[in-house]
Design a protein. Structure first.
Ligand code: TYD
Ligand code: MG
Length: 458
């Protein structure tokens, strides 16, 4: 940026900064996202200088790894096992957690429930809202969960004031709902703009680390699917969780996208009910409820979501097309992947899919992109194309390659165990993954090497 310039253009989607206005962002490829904003020269230096001064106070010497004692009670359980798992085993003291999601998906509800539970356990919890009045929060709080009378509520959007309050009252856990409503007086632009959100997160990060407070930040996702303006936020915080789900279905999936203190790709499943969010401890059962009987085009597949196998029903409908360009849709599965698998089927098995419409759907609206879902998609399409139902006590998993080979997948034994737990008795899986897997009683395992084997097993 030119010296002495006080404004710059920021992509509201990803935070990319440019001296000139641009129609398309070179970083995230979104159109018309550039807005002129004042430049905050202090942001980076201020936070790092502040962090530096605390570091100077606390750490004088580098120390040997062995001499560092693990801190006790570093993790606090949230009282929700599903949330604990996504967080990597509970809340880490002094961490900054971003909870993103579409407006109305249930972020405020989830965090309010967590706050109430923690307040009940004697933690000092402060819920700061810039979106709702204290009365409105009270109405919601009365709806969800038990008591939580000691929970502190504050309606405030000025970060200077929030900083003072936090320094004075030293709560253990703080929720900021939402980052897009917060503003710092040192920045001239409007709340929700890239520079404000960046500055606000910087201040909160500093407060979390200096005061040892765990801070949850709520961030709204725009229609493009990233937290409004600030993808900048993602790299500043310790943990990023996204809350997703079909607005019309009642279940919600909380997905870990980044976690400095645990594994990512874990998911937590919740159901939105009258009285707030309820955990779904056995998602497979939940996802498979209401499955059609003896219908062609339906098959149960298994996807590993973090450490947990989840069974879902894949449905396909393949029919003769009346259009010059056959229609294809993919719901919950990757559209390009479905097209690729159909091309493989056409080439390797000689099916005439090019003249067929095809609709693929993962029942329940959950999004799953693990390659192990390939075989499920392929079998659902085959089953619909041939109009042959697949035995309903069968599950399938495996990756399909371009030559029509069925490739190995990880954690095969765990997937088979899950199938057994839910009363399935046949598993169709990659032959190469069977090796090294002990025998599992009551389950018939059919190993397949190529799509030809798959066709035979149908
Ligand atoms: P909310 O937490 O306000 O969403 P966000 O903070 O992510 O914008 O969720 C609001 C939705 O949840 C709203 O559509 C109503 C629904 N809801 C319930 O179904 N039951 C409940 O007990 C509560 C509190 C909300
Ligand atoms: Mg909200």
């Amino acid at each position: 940026m030119a010296k002495g310039k006080t404004t710059a253009f920021f992509c509201q989607n990803c935070g990319y900064e440019s001296a000139k206005w641009m129609g398309q962002c070179p970083a995230c490829r979104e159109w018309n996202t550039f807005v002129e904003e004042p430049v905050v020269k202090t942001t980076g230096t201020k936070t790092s200088a502040a962090a530096g001064s605390t570091r100077r106070m606390q750490l004088q010497e580098p120390s040997r790894l062995v001499s560092i004692k693990p801190q006790e009670n570093l993790r606090i359980s949230t009282g929700m096992e599903e949330l604990d798992r996504v967080l990597g085993g509970g809340i880490v003291t002094g961490s900054l957690v971003l909870v993103g999601g579409d407006p109305g998906i249930g972020k405020s509800t989830l965090l309010l429930q967590v706050c109430k539970t923690l307040a009940n356990r004697g933690k000092k919890v402060l819920y700061i809202s810039g979106e709702e009045s204290a009365q409105q929060i009270k109405i919601r709080a009365d709806r969800v969960g038990e008591a939580g009378d000691d929970l502190l509520i504050l309606c405030e959007t000025n970060l200077g004031d929030i900083r003072e309050i936090l320094e004075r009252s030293k709560p253990e856990i703080v929720v900021i709902d939402s980052i897009q409503t917060m503003y710092s007086e040192s920045v001239n632009s409007a709340p929700g703009s890239v520079s404000q959100v960046r500055e606000a997160t910087g201040i909160l990060m500093q407060l979390a680390k200096v005061l040892g407070i765990t801070i949850f930040i709520v961030g709204h996702v725009t229609k493009e699917g990233v937290v409004a303006g600030p993808r900048v936020l993602e790299h500043m915080v310790d943990t990023v969780l996204y809350f997703e789900g079909d607005r019309h279905a009642s279940y919600r999936v909380l997905r870990g996208v980044k976690n400095r203190f645990g594994s990512t790709n874990e998911i937590g499943v919740f159901e939105m009910q009258e009285k707030g969010l309820v955990e779904v401890p056995n998602p497979s059962e939940y996802m498979l409820s209401g499955r059609p009987e003896n219908a062609s085009g339906s098959v149960v597949a298994c996807s590993m979501e973090g450490t947990r196998p989840i069974l879902v029903e894949i449905q396909a409908l393949v029919c003769q097309s009346n259009l010059p360009m056959p229609r294809r849709t993919a719901n919950g599965a990757d559209y390009n992947r479905v097209n690729l698998l159909m091309a493989v089927l056409e080439k390797r098995l000689g099916l005439r899919l090019g003249v067929c419409d095809a609709y693929v759907n993962i029942a329940g609206g959950i999004r799953m992109n693990e390659p192990a879902m390939d075989l499920g998609i392929v079998m659902a399409i085959l089953s619909s194309y041939r109009d042959k139902p697949i035995d309903e006590k069968t599950i399938v998993f495996g990756e399909v390659g371009l030559s029509g080979e069925v490739r190995a997948v990880s954690q095969a034994a765990q997937r088979v165990q899950e199938a057994k737990k839910l009363g399935f008795h046949t598993v169709i899986m990659p032959a190469v993954s069977i090796r090294g897997m002990g025998k599992i009683d009551g389950i018939e395992i059919i190993g397949v090497r190529t799509l030809k084997d798959v066709l035979r097993s149908l």
